[in-house]
Design a protein around this ligand. Structure first.
Ligand code: IPD
Ligand code: CA
Ligand code: CA
Length: 273
């Protein structure tokens, strides 16, 4: 397929625009906590606020004013593609909406860029701590400009892991409660922060040793998996196959713990069948 409208763009330029967009989106979220925001229900426990929409609009405006031809997949708006582009921006304007709506300060903006279907840029911005996680493929991962790397932990019983639950937790038995119960008895600590993009960055920074979820969306993962890989981490599906942000499963680890995590997740699967 030809892409006559695409200009080749440097990774530095992509990262710079992604960073500007993430910071501006984050500033809108913080401002909404100051002036107030409206909450709507997408489904029973799945919320959205006007902050999600406003941040998303600003992020897309920043991207399209720099790169009018690039495709954009954003959580609230879906796919915007004027014509086929080699570049796709994958955006979660507010990852951690439930936390945000309750005033629990754990949320972020997540922006990933794909080139020919491969993740090349990841930017995750936590405006409550002013922490900016960034990565370009082949150039390492950074927190506020300082290189980060995964932990060296190789014992599950000394590890701090994190997971999350999808909004359909009440509607399906594949809701991660089985895995959660099993892991809880094997690890030093287990957390549920409510923001998958930050969970991935925290594994990248060595704050967590591993993370898994059963049903994530592309915008939850696009930026974080680039950051995690560039920090030396490993990411697969539950069978150990190559990870795709368009699949739902994710196992992310520092590397040494990966097989032990897969073994535990697969034990659960065989116990069910
Ligand atoms: C959610 C968060 C949460 C994860 C859910 C996601 P949202 O995203 O990342 O941690 O457990 O699966 O849907 O709705 O806050 O953008
Ligand atoms: Ca999300
Ligand atoms: Ca979101």
């Amino acid at each position: 397929m030809s892409h006559p409208q695409d200009q080749d763009v440097s990774l530095d330029k992509l990262l710079s625009v992604a960073t500007t967009a993430a910071r501006q989106g984050g500033a809108i979220l913080v401002e909404c906590t100051r002036v107030g925001f409206r909450i709507e229900h997408k489904q029973t426990i799945n919320l959205v606020t006007n902050a999600d929409h406003q941040a998303e609009q600003r992020i897309i405006d920043v991207i399209h004013s720099a790169f009018p031809t690039h495709s954009v997949l954003a959580e609230e708006r879906g796919l915007t593609e004027l014509s086929p582009s080699r570049y796709k921006w994958v955006i979660d304007p507010l990852d951690g909406t439930t936390n945000f709506a309750h005033g629990f300060p754990a949320y972020c903006v997540s922006i990933g860029v794909e080139y020919d279907g491969r993740g090349v840029i990841g930017v995750v911005y936590d405006p409550t701590r002013d922490e900016l996680f960034t990565a370009q493929i082949g150039h390492g991962a950074y927190l506020n400009g300082i290189p980060i790397s995964v932990s060296a932990m190789d014992h599950l019983d000394q590890a701090l892991l994190v997971t999350g639950f999808a909004y359909n937790i009440r509607e399906t038995s594949n809701n991660n409660l089985n895995h959660f119960a099993r892991f809880a008895l094997k690890v030093q600590g287990l957390r549920r922060t409510g923001t998958a993009a930050l969970d991935l960055c925290y594994v990248a920074a060595g704050r967590f040793d591993g993370f898994w979820e059963v049903a994530l969306n592309p915008w939850d993962m696009a930026a974080g998996v680039v950051i995690l890989r560039e920090a030396g981490g490993r990411v697969t599906d539950f069978s150990g196959n190559p990870h795709s942000i368009y699949g739902q499963e994710l196992v992310a680890s520092n590397g040494p713990l990966h097989q032990a995590m897969l073994d535990l997740l697969q034990e659960d699967t065989s116990a069910r069948s």
